[in-house]
Design a protein around this ligand. Structure first.
Ligand code: ADP
Ligand code: MG
Length: 164
């Protein structure tokens, strides 16, 4: 089997508003069945990015970190499933919350702390890694092997395939 090429885009944002704006542009490009896997430390801006993505999908509901539920569903023309695995105690629990049902469902699924269910993530996904570089500066790396998502993220930032 030929593995499709990986696309990698790097964006730096200088404040939360810029991260929201990036999310909005990304959200407008996402569609049914897309899975976005977010990683990065606490406070890196994962939930902030989800806010932008929701706005870009035309969803006006308040996006916050699901506290007691691991998954929040927001209805829209295309529904958004917001998963946050921060409070997850182990991979066994992931199995029991039925994330797969969402991932293979009829909306966009965004997973915070996606590394906690790494082995269960679909191969066709968009990985977004957020890194704190300063008080309000974040380095955001988007990676995908999906041809469809690769086309979608082109133009969001600089192509970092050749350098870093
Ligand atoms: P996470 O979900 O990764 O734990 P949050 O999005 O909840 O992170 O929190 C990020 C915090 O950092 C927010 O208080 C936000 O206002 C702040 N912040 C500062 N600069 C940025 C930036 N460039 N991008 C995103 N958030 C930022
Ligand atoms: Mg969060």
């Amino acid at each position: 089997m030929v593995e499709s090429a990986r696309a990698r885009i790097v964006v730096s944002t200088e404040n939360a508003e810029e991260t929201i704006a990036l999310g909005e542009r990304l959200g407008a490009l996402l569609g049914v069945g897309d899975v976005v896997a977010l990683t990065g430390d606490l406070g890196a801006g994962k939930t902030t990015l989800v806010k932008g993505i929701a706005a870009g999908m035309g969803i006006t509901a308040d996006i916050c970190s699901p506290t007691f539920t691991l998954i929040r569903e927001h209805s829209g023309e295309v529904p958004l499933y917001h998963v946050d695995l921060y409070r997850l105690s182990g991979i066994v629990e992931v199995d029991t919350i039925g994330v797969e049902e969402y991932i293979y469902g009829s909306g966009v699924t965004i997973i915070e702390w996606a590394d906690r269910m790494q082995s269960l993530l679909p191969a066709e996904r968009l990985d977004v890694e957020l890194r704190i570089e300063g008080e309000t500066r974040r380095r955001i790396v988007l990676t995908t092997r999906s041809p469809r998502l690769r086309a979608a993220i082109e133009g969001l930032g600089r192509d970092a395939d050749t350098g870093d």
